[in-house]
Design a protein around this ligand. Structure first.
Ligand code: ASP
Ligand code: MG
Length: 452
């Protein structure tokens, strides 16, 4: 079979899709059903990365470390058993478990970001090894491919920034010639820097890997296979009235991912947008149910498309009397924020104060708000930190231009206390903070008002 690169499809399978041998078997069928699928990107099996994050970040006793390692081993071993324990794969898995163990017990693991990433990479390295073997056993020729040879990043461990040109160069050199011979099964989330040290792309980064490889290989489509039948009007776990969306634009999908829709990693749409690659989101268990196509131009551009929620937001309010006619205060604040590698989402300002929200998820590998940032900020202003908020965002089109769009949203949530309403900087969203206890009700009420 000859494959021209323009018809290549990249298929990415998330953690639940490769959680065990049954789930993996569904994925294998999905791969076999599309002859254009020449590259497969896998996440770590469900739960494994959370275990690894624990090993990398938490102060644990020797026996606690061993217990976490045992949990991971059990997940991998069950899949290996399902494959009939082929000798070669058993040995390769044992090697990976050993190097994982060495890192978990490494005395500097809690203090060295490079070791953490080396450790975190093991989830995807194990799942890709096992999934490639499954495809081979089923008669679909596959090769486990080391993503670190291609996915080159800078040395920001925990949040490596991809080097797009280098990735394209490497993918064309090392992957393209193989595409006719075998399906390449590679690791999401994992990359390497210029010294070939292992890096990672941040939690949920496997989607991003798939999109980056799609871009590098000039793929026509990129499929994100997960445990839901596409992107919904809102998280179906919040309301069972949520409906799957057949179609979304790149911009809408990017907004949704940025503002908390868990189905896609926020950076995923960037490569798709650059190269106009159509992205599909669907369920590997129920591929026949279809899914969501994310495309450049949608048939319809409704003012309200979806509602997202992002939990664990921190609101930081900075006050200085000096802001009155003072120049450069914002500049100083954002320099401090940038020096600590924090990303700010919403900002509101008044004459003497600015409030901003900072994403502060507890299971993040990236920088979180901490005492050092606060100390630096306190040198220039008064700082109040408030926790316990969720960020709710309505995503849509031409929102700033249409009459009544904002009031349509606000009237649905008039019972609740909203903080930091942000609207108008971008045609695709309106966001606000609400107390974490209220957020499910807020989303339900909004959903009913806007979509039911
Ligand atoms: N395994 C990584 C995570 O759980 C990356 C991914 O699944 O996309 O964050
Ligand atoms: Mg994911």
């Amino acid at each position: 079979m000859s494959v021209s690169n323009t018809s290549v499809n990249i298929a990415k399978f998330g953690g639940t899709s490769v959680a065990n041998i049954e789930a993996m078997t569904c994925c294998a069928k999905v791969v076999e059903n599309n002859k254009n699928t020449r590259v497969v990107v896998v996440s770590a099996s469900a739960g494994v990365t959370n275990h690894l994050v624990k090993l990398a970040n938490e102060e644990l006793t020797q026996s606690q470390i061993q217990a976490v390692l045992d949990d991971i081993t059990q997940i991998e071993q069950a899949i290996l058993d399902g494959l009939g324990k082929p000798k070669v794969i058993e040995e390769k898995l044992a090697d990976l478990l050993q190097s994982l163990k060495d890192l978990a017990f490494h005395e500097e693991i809690l203090h060295r970001a490079d070791l953490k990433d080396a450790l975190l990479s093991h989830g995807e390295r194990m799942s890709s090894l096992l999934f490639a073997e499954l495809l081979n056993q089923r008669g679909c020729k596959a090769q486990n491919f080391d993503a670190r040879k291609v996915v080159k990043t800078d040395s920001t461990f925990g949040q490596g920034a991809p080097n797009i040109e280098l990735i394209e160069q490497q993918a064309r050199k090392l992957m393209s010639p193989e595409l006719d011979n075998a399906v390449l099964v590679t690791q999401g989330f994992v990359g390497s820097d210029e010294n070939d040290a292992t890096t990672t792309l941040g939690r949920g980064g496997s989607d991003y890997t798939a999109a980056l490889l799609a871009e590098a290989l000039r793929a026509e489509t990129c499929e994100i296979w997960t445990d839901v039948i596409g992107v919904y009007t809102t998280d179906p776990r919040i309301t069972d009235k949520a409906k799957p969306l057949p179609e979304l634009s790149f911009e809408e999908a990017a907004e949704m991912a940025t503002f908390g829709a868990k189905v896609l990693h926020p950076a995923t749409m960037e490569p798709a947008l650059r190269k106009n690659i159509r992205v599909f989101v669907g369920s590997s268990r129920e591929p026949e149910k279809g899914g969501t196509w994310i495309v450049k131009d949608c048939e319809q551009e409704p003012p309200y498309r979806a509602i997202t929620r992002r939990k664990e937001q921190v609101m930081v309010t900075l006050t200085t009397p000096k802001m009155l006619h003072a120049q450069g205060f914002l500049g100083k604040v954002f320099t401090i924020i940038a020096n600590h590698n924090l990303s700010v989402d919403l900002v509101t300002t008044s004459e003497i104060a600015i409030s901003m929200t900072i994403d502060n998820p507890s299971n993040s590998v990236a920088a979180n708000i901490n005492q050092r940032v606060l100390d630096d900020l306190r040198e220039i202003c008064e700082v109040v930190v408030e926790e316990g908020f969720d960020l709710v965002t309505v995503v849509g089109n031409n929102m700033q231009a249409g009459a009544g769009v904002a009031s349509g949203i606000l009237s649905a949530v008039k019972e609740y206390t909203l903080r930091m309403i942000c609207f108008g900087a971008n045609p695709h969203n309106m966001s606000f903070l609400v107390g974490a206890d209220d957020s499910s009700d807020v989303v339900k009420d909004l959903h009913q008002h806007l979509f039911e």
